[in-house]
Ligand binder design. Sequence first.
Ligand SMILES: [Fe+2]
Ligand SMILES: [Fe+2]
Length: 279
Amino acid sequence: MQQPLAHVDEWDDFVATRYRQDKLEEEFRNYKEDANPTVTEFYRQNHAHQTLDFVLAKEAEYGALTRGKKSIWEMADYLNTLVDDSDPDTDLTQIEHLLQTSEAIRRDGNPRWFVLAGFVHDLGKVLCLYGEPQWAVVGDTFPVGCAYSDQIVFPEFFEANPDSKVRDYQTEYGIYEPHCGLDKVHLSWGHDEYIYRATRDYLPEPAQYMLRYHSFYAAHRHGAYRRLMNAHDEEMFEWVRKFNPYDLYSKGRERPNWKEIKPYYEDLVAEFFPAEMAW
Ligand SMILES: [Fe+2]
Ligand SMILES: [Fe+2]
């Protein structure tokens, strides 16, 4: 199965089920019951192929943002071409997930940059449209180049990762120094890092953290990898944790009335982003 998921949002749905709000702490550990065979196969591929070398190559390929200049709106329209052909009944587009997230943030009276972070947080999924395999676009992110935490889902699948046989990558700190700070740590490649890179010059730091680490569940949900975090990361992760419920639990709420909210978002995007930016 080359692309096991019918749509990359199947991964998001699995994560939302895994952290369902009425679930008890010990039920989290039974996540395998919530994973269908395609989600399981997706993690098998993700854990087998996300090596340090792969991540460094993708950081070099996309990190310098040399794929041309586009506005946020062009990018959102582009992402919307990523449709879910498995389910013709739900025409809930990518932009609607973004708007449901950002509208929930706005409803709670949060600052404008926070609303904006919600609105752009998954734009990095355009990596799919660039031809990246699903396992290099979505999935819980994790550090490469050091020992894998058992707080990552399906840790047994790391057995198939070539890095698991490299002794220098499997010590507690691996290629990193204690509390070196997450900025020095290479996380598995995906849509988080890409949207962070594209927007970091324009957003305040808490928003940058929200975008960059929103899929780093082992850290923001389970407290793993604190040995690599510095005091500043710890402080900023409060924001990452504040963001997460809006991402997970705003799905399926009433559909945003685009006509009504459009002027607000046009102002918001223009306030922070230039007309065109590098991607
Ligand atoms: Fe995401
Ligand atoms: Fe999301």
